[in-house]
Ligand binder design. Structure first.
Ligand code: SF4
Ligand code: SF4
Length: 254
């Protein structure tokens, strides 16, 4: 049985970059999202992210995925895990826990997977009941992800925010609006090209793969084309200093 809050989360990520209206029907309920008419890539996207492995944000997730993730699980190798001092046998647990469902996205049948949170979910300071992720590993007073090499999208994207209002999406790096509750200690640093390639670009590519699983056309290709066009500047740590706007009818405005 899936959890409405978290299945919505994955859909919201895709919908926030979608060029088409989306109607989704799951075993829980139907969802509708209007297409996005404008995506604004903020200079605040080009900041260095970080994580002190405090584990607070992993108290708030349940895991939902499409075939994009299933393929990564199937292709994963033991050495991907051992290099992080993680146990590859966790894949067996994933296999046992994985709940497969079929949802429809604009009438297309889509494989959808979820893993429920631990039953002993804590109650947050606000009284909001959260699902503690079962893959958080406590070690040396820090929390690590047992699935680190194959981290599902929602857990791997701590601070890239896709803020969608009135068919416009702002993409930037910032603390979540709910950070008053989570209390993430990260302060963003200056742009770091290697981290940007390793984390930010791979997250955009992953989101595009998830959208493809759902048969949804997105703005990600337009954004990637733009980012490729300024790659030499980024290598020299020259980042955009104003919003980059991508419009549905085409065109890019700096
Ligand atoms: S709350 Fe912030 S520092 Fe803590 S695990 Fe999440 S991203 Fe990392
Ligand atoms: S899968 Fe990993 S990153 Fe995602 S919520 Fe669980 S412990 Fe955190």
């Amino acid at each position: 049985m899936s959890n409405v809050y978290d299945e919505l989360k994955l859909f919201e990520y895709v919908a926030s970059v979608s060029k088409q209206d989306i109607d989704i029907v799951t075993s829980k309920k139907p969802y509708h999202f209007d297409k996005v008419k404008k995506v604004v890539l903020s200079p605040l996207f080009f900041r260095k992210d970080g994580c002190e492995c405090c584990g607070k944000c992993c108290n708030n997730y349940m895991i939902n995925m499409t075939n994009e993730w299933k393929k990564r699980v199937e292709l994963s190798k033991e050495e991907d895990f051992t290099k992080w001092n993680l146990d590859y046998k966790i894949i067996d647990e994933v296999d046992k826990l994985l709940i497969h469902d079929i949802i429809t996205v604009n009438n297309k049948k889509v494989d959808f997977y979820s893993i429920p949170p631990l039953d002993n979910s804590p109650i947050g300071a606000s009284g909001f009941k959260m699902g503690r992720c079962r893959f958080a590993l406590e070690r040396d007073n820090h929390f690590y992800c047992k699935l680190h090499p194959i981290k599902p999208f929602a857990g791997a994207i701590p601070h890239i925010v896709f803020r969608n209002r009135n068919q416009t999406t702002h993409i930037r790096k910032q603390q979540y609006g709910r950070n008053w509750h989570l209390g993430c200690p990260i302060k963003f640093g200056e742009f770091d090209y290697d981290k940007y390639k390793e984390n930010d670009l791979s997250m955009l590519i992953e989101l595009e793969e998830i959208a493809k699983d759902m048969g949804i056309e997105t703005y990600i290709n337009d954004i990637m084309l733009y980012l490729n066009s300024i790659d030499n500047r980024l290598k020299n740590n020259i980042v955009p200093d104003k919003n980059i706007v991508f419009k549905l009818e085409g065109g890019l405005f700096e």
